[in-house]
Design a protein. Structure first.
Length: 176
């Protein structure tokens, strides 16, 4: 009888440790990144970053060399070819666009993503102005209609309204 109690306690600790590891892995979510022609060209990986917001990683091919505006949009609806169905930036408080704007940034704003000479894009950023799931006053990417991650054809100058001159939408991932 005395041996059963320590084994049971050890078993419970082992199960708890396994459960926490699974919860950590489950908090990372992967979404397909689509081109304007409807092809899968990469993936978007999101995870909660504690009080720091959402950690974002993007890996993509067939993105033209150079800098590109990258933003979160209000709706998980990536209808090709123009992705306008995803709506505008996540910006419930109506801030001005741009990380360099004294009246900004809006919740969607992030530094430019840069594709290399082989048209490959690898990007990492933690956006402190959103959460993955609703937990405080910041907008949640996984709200009732989801959201989208958008890559634009041009660089975002981080000041000009409404999207920093980033131009056409060339890649989109539905976050839902």
């Amino acid at each position: 009888m005395r041996l059963l109690l320590p084994l049971t306690a050890a078993g419970i600790l082992a199960l708890t440790a396994c459960q926490k590891a699974d919860e950590t892995q489950a908090s990372e979510m992967t979404f397909a990144l689509m081109s304007s022609s409807g092809e899968a060209i990469g993936n978007v990986i999101l995870s909660e970053a504690g009080d720091k917001g959402v950690a974002l990683r993007v890996n993509a091919t067939d993105i033209p060399e150079g800098p590109h505006g990258i933003h979160f949009h209000v709706k998980a609806d990536c209808q090709a070819p123009d992705f306008k169905s995803a709506g505008g930036h996540i910006n419930p408080e109506g801030h001005k666009h741009g990380l360099k704007n004294p009246d900004g940034p809006d919740n969607a704003d992030m530094p430019n993503a840069v594709a290399d000479a082989g048209d490959t894009l690898s990007y990492s950023y933690t956006n402190e102005r959103v959460t993955l799931k609703k937990r405080d006053s910041r907008p949640a990417l996984l709200d009732d209609d989801g959201s989208a991650l958008m890559i634009h054809i041009n660089a975002d100058d981080q000041v000009t309204q409404p999207i920093g001159g980033a131009g056409a939408r060339i890649a989109c991932a539905e976050i839902k």
